[in-house]
Design a binder for this molecule. Structure first.
Ligand SMILES: Cc1ncc(COP(=O)(O)O)c(C=O)c1O
Length: 389
């Protein structure tokens, strides 16, 4: 992995220290070039005629996504965001009153809202499995819950948006397989950051967004649908002519592949852009990216320990490239302003984004850094200097 070349491909990293890939990352230049060239042509040709000339390139979206996630192109649906993917997956489950969703304290805000909506409309139950004092999911309790309560769906978030926690997704997959329970995994922050192997995990659905660690365009996402789900005939509550063929006045035939989870209309430029981002990652190799990211964040966490008054709040035995902290010797807004003054890009997370986690940690807000493989050790050393004042 040649970081200098990668940074040359990443125009946005030249005049700032960009530490917000967990928000919306910097796309490689060739992604922007691909999309703008297409949009220029679309203005001349119209949307339909041009798209027809691009079928082979558009197919690459599925091929490249399958390569990254270790499945086949038939298991991939293109959607507009991770939440869109999540909604389509969850409406494929035929919930009845009293059915249970087993999740965790650390699931993403919008997923928690989706569960609450299902509770309100269908009277489903929600159980949130607890964590151990070190932040790790209590797998023993989790397995007991699955065994005793037989949830209709297990839904967990691989890496939360608001802390560096990494959930034991393979172990959860093993439990779901043992008790034959549907498993929906939110891999929004994991894809592109670490190796995500759907065969190893054994999930039934996996949701991903384009703009974060995949470094794709906004308004794009992916849904992985397992062969098991496809064979069982699961389908989102509302599908359209992309997902099914209208075969008689009162009959339809579902698409055989994960396309049954897509809508017909989509941003073709966005799809081409995401395909290009995936190709870029696959060319570098996700294993190399993971290795670099782990080295980068481990060193950064170690160095941040030397900053007086700074407390990191990430818990768990494995940590991601999402790092959260507060500063005790000055207000968080002062620290945030100082970072901005030095052209550091980052995010903040607030109590409302992660009520359970932040209530447990007694936090109102944290600063979140999320370095990715275009960042360098030197940049992160500069952050230490900026914070040590
Ligand atoms: C863990 C997690 N899941 C889901 C989402 C939602 O992604 P999107 O905004 O693409 O729907 C996010 C966004 O921050 C996230 O961090």
């Amino acid at each position: 992995m040649d970081i200098d070349v990668i940074r040359e491909h990443t125009k946005g990293c030249r005049d700032k220290i960009f530490l917000n890939s967990a928000g919306s990352s910097l796309v490689p230049q060739r992604v922007t070039d691909k999309m703008t060239a297409y949009l220029q042509m679309e203005a001349l040709e119209g949307g339909y005629a041009l798209a027809n000339q691009y079928t082979a390139e558009l197919d690459q979206l599925y091929v490249q996504a399958a390569l990254l996630l270790n499945c086949t192109a038939e298991n991939i649906a293109f959607v507009t965001s991770a939440t869109d993917a999540f909604a389509r997956a969850i409406t494929a489950v035929d919930f009845k009153e009293g059915d249970l969703i087993l999740t965790t304290d650390d699931d993403y805000i919008s997923n928690q809202l989706a569960f609450l909506s299902l509770k309100q409309r269908f009277g489903i139950r929600i159980i949130r499995a607890h964590s151990l004092p070190n932040g790790d999911l209590d797998l023993e309790q989790f397995e007991k819950l699955v065994d005793q309560q037989r949830p209709k769906l297990v839904a967990i978030t691989y890496m939360p948006t608001n802390s560096g926690l990494v959930q034991p997704v393979v172990e959860v997959g093993r439990i779901c397989k043992k008790f034959d329970v549907l498993y929906l995994l939110d891999a929004c922050q994991a894809a592109g950051q670490r190796v995500v192997d759907v065969q190893e995990i054994g999930c039934d659905f996996l949701t991903v967004t384009g703009r974060k660690f995949l470094r794709g365009p906004r308004g794009t996402g992916l849904l992985y649908v397992s062969d098991k789900v496809l064979a069982a005939g699961l389908v989102p509550l509302i599908f359209d002519m992309q997902g099914a063929e209208w075969t008689a006045d009162d009959a339809y035939t579902l698409a055989k592949t994960a396309k049954r989870f897509e809508f017909w209309e989509s941003s073709i430029a966005g799809k081409l852009g995401l395909a290009e981002s995936l190709k870029y990652i696959n060319e570098i190799g996700i294993l190399h990216i993971e290795e670099y990211n782990i080295k980068l964040i481990t060193q950064f966490r170690e160095q941040l320990k030397s900053v007086t008054g700074l407390t990191m709040h990430d818990q768990g035995s494995r940590l991601s490239n999402i790092l959260t902290f507060t500063t005790e010797n000055r207000s968080l807004s002062d620290t945030a302003q100082r970072l901005k003054d030095h052209h550091v890009y980052f995010s903040m997370s607030f109590r409302d984004f992660a009520r359970i986690d932040f209530n447990r940690k007694n936090l109102d807000a944290v600063i979140r850094f999320s370095p990715h493989y275009f960042n360098t050790v030197e940049e992160l050393e500069k952050i230490i200097d900026i914070l040590n004042y």
